[in-house]
Design a binder for this molecule. Structure first.
Ligand SMILES: [Zn+2]
Length: 362
């Protein structure tokens, strides 16, 4: 071990000890679970709901393992249970605390190495930085960009989106592409995808992409859940939910799973501390109501609504109960083209994109 390595480890200790932010994940582990079939999937699904397990990634039987985070207490029960069913598993992250500390350290080093040259889509920008970027782009390109402040989050942060159009949204024959990200707070990598899309459409349009701008109107909402995101920066890196606080429902657990808060297959729950708590009723959250209102306003013209999540390389389409929409064949076709395009540019270490109905794939 050379002196450089020692220094890095030492500074990791200093940083984390001083903040204590990741303390609650000391001793937590992440396990890969090899699913053989739907039966194994069901075993893991039932454990997840019984023990409120934090799934990092859903797997596909015979193809890619699930990743599940376990507290020391959960690990005893879950690993025994998997063994009992003959389901193979392996240790993926030996200590989540150290994993998160290392992530912080790498991010600090990366930012230092880029110094002034860092642009928002090459970073994990704060909510304020995202809004500043949207404001700058709108001010600089008023002929094609309109900035909309859709409302305020539970904690009063402005939720903004851009409308990008060469015809100021007046040509009703154009389809609308509605792209959004960061409904789940900890999925940090999703917002830069939207910012890069804005950059490519507005600031750096290439000739071969000209039809994307001219033939389509765009709605891009980079940060649907800013409260959760800021909380995941300041307090809990693994935070997923919104930050709505309703003492009449729970005095200990705040927020709801935004994904499950829509009035589509909404499933009531009386466990507000569950990681997948859908909220006291559909659209209880201002953050999901904002998405709903965009969809309602433009429903006649929206041809794609892409909600970006991480992690796991999937292109998924409705519904969550395994039933299909009438246009499922077209969705599968479009999803396959998207998946293949992303496959052609993915890192060698990343898995190929799997395409299909969310319930049937996951
Ligand atoms: Zn998600």
């Amino acid at each position: 071990m050379d002196i450089h390595v020692i220094f890095i480890i030492f500074s990791v200790v200093l940083n984390t000890v001083s903040s204590g932010k990741h303390d609650k994940y000391a001793g937590y582990t992440v396990h890969g679970v090899h699913l053989r079939d739907v039966q194994d999937q069901r075993v893991l699904y039932e454990l997840q709901h019984k023990l409120n397990l934090d799934m990092w990634r859903y797997g596909v039987p015979g193809d890619r393992p699930s990743l599940v985070m376990l507290s020391p207490k959960q690990a005893d029960v879950v690993l025994n249970e998997l063994d009992r069913y003959g389901i193979k598993h392996y240790l993926d992250v030996a200590d989540v605390f150290w994993n998160l500390a290392e992530f912080d350290q790498n991010l600090i080093s990366y930012r230092r190495s880029r110094s002034e040259r860092l642009v928002p889509f090459e970073d994990y920008p704060t909510h304020a930085e995202v809004n500043a970027y949207l404001e700058r782009v709108a001010a600089q390109y008023p002929e094609i960009v309109t900035l909309v402040t859709a409302g305020k989050s539970w904690e009063s942060r402005d939720i903004k989106y851009l409308k990008i159009s060469t015809t100021n949204f007046t040509d009703s024959s154009k389809p609308i592409y509605f792209m959004m990200a960061m409904l789940h707070a900890r999925e940090w990598v999703t917002t830069p995808v939207t910012l890069y899309s804005i950059h490519r459409l507005v600031e750096n349009l290439r000739n071969e992409d000209r039809d994307l701008l001219e033939g389509t109107d765009w709605i891009i909402l980079p940060m649907a859940n800013p409260d959760g995101y800021e909380y995941s920066i300041s307090d809990d890196r693994m935070w997923r939910r919104t930050r709505s606080n309703r003492p009449e429902i729970s005095t200990t657990c705040v927020g709801v799973d935004g994904n499950r808060n829509f009035d589509a297959l909404y499933q009531p729950s009386n466990n507000p501390c569950s990681l997948t708590f859908p909220g006291p009723h559909a659209f209880s959250e201002i953050e999901t109501r904002i998405v709903r209102d965009i969809l309602h306003k433009y429903v006649d013209r929206i041809q794609v609504h892409l909600d970006i999540h991480s992690h796991g390389n999937y292109v998924l389409f409705p519904w969550g109960d395994g039933t299909l929409t009438p246009n499922a064949a077209q969705l599968f076709h479009v999803g396959s083209v998207m998946g293949a395009a992303m496959d052609s540019m993915k890192l060698p270490s990343a898995g190929f994109y799997r395409v299909g109905n969310s319930a049937l794939i996951l």
